[in-house]
Design a protein around this ligand. Structure first.
Ligand code: SF4
Ligand code: SF4
Length: 310
């Protein structure tokens, strides 16, 4: 598949509807950032609809009719929209870090209650500039959401905290239901894909700690189409499973701008299906979400609940 033209399967309908507008307004009122919007994620229509506490909406009603309803998911990005690192695949601005907003944990908890989400993904930029790299802020946000409604499931997608296990431990102690850290790519391509401060072994050690020291499910994500070979993807999946990772997602890398890493290949949807079978049937992951438009938080609530019920 040529890398110069986007194939048909990557074209998606833009999100719309009453519920979509309500969520957007709720976020604006509280000055909150979501990855969904920042990345203009094409899955917003699917992820944001549904949810047992969600106000009714034509989109959600038709999703329910078609059996597509489930826990609505949105991904909040904590601690600003500027990162202390600069990964070559990522569109987030580097440097010029904002001070932490001490009200952010409660504002996120308020927005989750207002929107009626059942499943929340929290992620952040990397904050290597802070004494605890933002681990305490992450933990406080998990706790604020659970204090409001203990039934809301929280997935925390954390940075590597430079491999400091005490900082990973701080987030573990807050009791998220799923604790994720993204390995992003195979070992050989960690750099140039990720910032030089990241690394394969460091990420595996974060995931091993999550798997062995917490009650949370351990989750990670891999982008395809950055130049990896199939045997390397298989090896990465096997390494992840060997450290105890339960959930893995695979999606197509898309170049955010010409100054970012080029797409090496558009992977066919059938190949994504094959990886899903390998991960679930051969390597025994709890579940694997795999598809061209899958992102680490793609329909995270729905798929997690479905997997637990299987
Ligand atoms: Fe983007 Fe995360 Fe890399 Fe920062 S650490 S540049 S937010 S991928
Ligand atoms: Fe948001 Fe993640 Fe869904 Fe995209 S895939 S809309 S970022 S929850």
């Amino acid at each position: 598949m040529s890398r110069s033209r986007k194939p048909e399967w990557l074209k998606m309908r833009p999100p719309s509807g009453q519920r979509f507008t309500h969520i957007k307004q709720s976020l604006r009122d509280r000055d909150l950032n979501t990855v969904c919007e920042e990345a203009n994620c094409p899955n917003m229509g699917e992820c944001w609809s549904g949810g047992a506490n969600a106000p009714p909406d034509a989109e959600a009603a038709s999703a329910a009719e078609e059996g597509r309803d489930g826990p609505g998911t949105a991904t909040f990005m904590l601690m600003g929209d500027r990162c202390s690192r600069g990964c070559n695949f990522c569109d987030v601005e580097t440097g010029g870090m904002d001070p932490l907003d001490p009200e952010e944990p409660d504002n996120v908890a308020d927005a989750v209650a207002d929107i009626g989400l059942d499943y929340v993904v929290l992620t952040s930029v990397d904050r290597d500039d802070l004494p605890d790299q933002g681990a305490g802020h992450f933990a406080e946000t998990v706790r604020a959401i659970k204090r409001r409604n203990a039934d809301v499931m929280v997935e925390a997608l954390i940075p590597d905290f430079q491999g400091d296990s005490s900082l990973v431990g701080k987030v573990i102690d807050a009791g998220p239901d799923v604790l994720a850290h993204n390995v992003e790519t195979v070992e050989r391509l960690q750099w140039p894909v990720r910032d030089r401060r990241a690394g394969y072994e460091q990420s595996l050690s974060v995931l091993r700690q999550i798997a062995t020291e917490s009650d949370a499910y351990a989750k990670t994500s891999i982008m395809l189409g950055v130049g990896e070979y199939d045997h390397e993807v298989y090896q990465t999946l096997a390494d992840l499973r060997s450290v105890g990772v339960d959930i893995v997602t695979l999606g197509q890398y898309l170049q955010p701008s010409r100054s970012h890493l080029e797409v090496s290949e558009y992977i066919h949807p059938d190949a994504f299906d094959t990886w899903q079978r390998v991960a679930e049937e051969e390597l025994d992951f709890l579940y694997c979400a795999s598809g061209p438009m899958v992102r680490s938080s793609y329909r995270a609530g729905e798929l997690f609940v479905e997997a637990l019920e299987r």
